[in-house]
Write a protein that binds this ligand. Sequence first.
Ligand SMILES: NC(=O)c1ccc[n+]([C@@H]2O[C@H](COP(=O)([O-])OP(=O)(O)OC[C@H]3O[C@@H](n4cnc5c(N)ncnc54)[C@H](OP(=O)(O)O)[C@@H]3O)[C@@H](O)[C@H]2O)c1
Length: 324
Amino acid sequence: MKAILCTHFGTPDDLVLTDISEPTPAPGEVVAKVVAVGLNFFDTLIIAGKYQKKPPFPFSPCGEFTGIVETVGQGVTGFKPGDHVLGYCTFGAARERIAVSTDKLVKLNVDLDLVRAAGLAITYGTSYHALADRAHLKPGETLAVLGAAGGVGLAAVELGKLMGARVIACAGSDDKLAFARSHGADATVNYASQDLRSALKDLGGEHGIDVIFDPVGGSYSEAALRAIAWRGRHLVVGFAAGEIPKLPLNLTLLKGCAVVGVYFGDWVRHDPQAYRAALDQLARWAAAGKLSCHIHQVYPLCETPQALKALTQRQAMGKVIVQP
Ligand SMILES: NC(=O)c1ccc[n+]([C@@H]2O[C@H](COP(=O)([O-])OP(=O)(O)OC[C@H]3O[C@@H](n4cnc5c(N)ncnc54)[C@H](OP(=O)(O)O)[C@@H]3O)[C@@H](O)[C@H]2O)c1
């Protein structure tokens, strides 16, 4: 079968498409045919050796997928051949078939297209965990989303609206902002042409911004934090801009606000039941048309490097998908 392999740390162009032997399931594992792979920004970090996890070589990148169970290993209960599954595996999904432990799988209980569903686990899962569990976002609150047209950003815009918030989308181009508006954003800030801090202060009014969803980092984080409300929550989701910012702690004192870390992988490990319940909810919302699961582009497996470059070159709006 075909697989994309990373044989040394480098760029997307260093990945190779190759033939490897078919997997067999170890005890507690299933083998699933991979239908669609959802790409995430951290895939670009893992192949560069810049992610917190460094898999042994050679490995396939890509951490989330949808698939169909083909064979089950010894001791597996709850999964059978033919089941449609959502998978979260950190790395290993960019291949035609994957052997994966069942604790990394959630069965899809609704009728949902497996290509559309390929971003539900990590992408929508992260934004749901951030807004519901970490920020306790309430109806009527104001939510500002940085990187609002990206994977987790667009998911935060849509989930913020579903949770009853007023959503301000912040992004680096007018096209991306029009896209975020068409997915429910109430107001927009172009942080490439506007001063983020003063634009958010204007839109937040005297009260300020209740929740900031920040997957971008760099200089944007402090600018946004300066517009936060009393008792606001600044969600630290990621650093797509490259630089990990250092925030002046006096701002948290003056605003009585919280800077809150969000770590999807540890949430799944620490609270698997909550994760499964959340994915069930997300799948039902997606099947009901309440979440777009918008796809930027679907690439064949051999074009995984080009697909990853759509993320590093800041082109993607919604999810980038690879289909083996
Ligand atoms: N904490 C967690 O558990 C968790 C889970 C998932 C993802 N993340 C993190 O969240 C971030 C976003 O992930 P994603 O998969 O949603 O990525 P994505 O789809 O590529 O979105 C990232 C967004 O960041 C903005 N950006 C600003 N500077 C950038 C740069 N130099 N290069 C690329 N993008 C830049 C882009 O929007 P503009 O062009 O509009 O600025 C882009 O839409 C990443 O840092 C990722 O590691 C964290």
